[in-house]
Design a binder for this molecule. Sequence first.
Ligand code: ZN
Length: 193
Amino acid sequence: MDIIKYKIGCRNCLKSSNIPHLTTIREEDLNIYKKSEFDLMLTIENWRSEAGHLCEFCGSSNLEFYDISVNDYQLYNFENLVAMCKILHNRMLQINIDKKDNDLSLTFAGCDHIEENYLKKSLAEIINFIKDRPDNDFTAHPIGHLFICLTVGYNFSSHQIDIKFERYICHGLSKDDIINTFKPYLEQFGISW
Ligand SMILES: [Zn+2]
């Protein structure tokens, strides 16, 4: 039996409960520790839409899930990711968009060095991902935050660049906010929206 613990934030009222939610999985998944927080986030999204849970403050169903742990093992752990990147010769890329009083700022973080082809592939992947996410994710407010963490590496068996989403947090931003913020980089790399 695995115990999944996570926090819930509301994209409608931007409030979040400090008390973690618990769900037990009866069938043990032997690969669960290999999953990223992002993988489990998608799983929880599926459960929640079936379970019909709502924000405790405003009653909205437009929720996001973060700080996810399995049996108290935190799936998103910066130090662990840095260590894994070193072992596997991967790179880590973090994208941060902050919105305050409708002003947007973008910062990149992660590895000190990231190859240009890795960065280009990562940005293209992020844009596709944003396009495919439900419109609900992009409920705009005067304040907001987008955080995406990826690990990127060369796959020697498929001869392709592999990208793994580690964490995704997004609230308060419209799709236009995100695209306009990314625009100079998309133009630089010839990525179309
Ligand atoms: Zn709410």
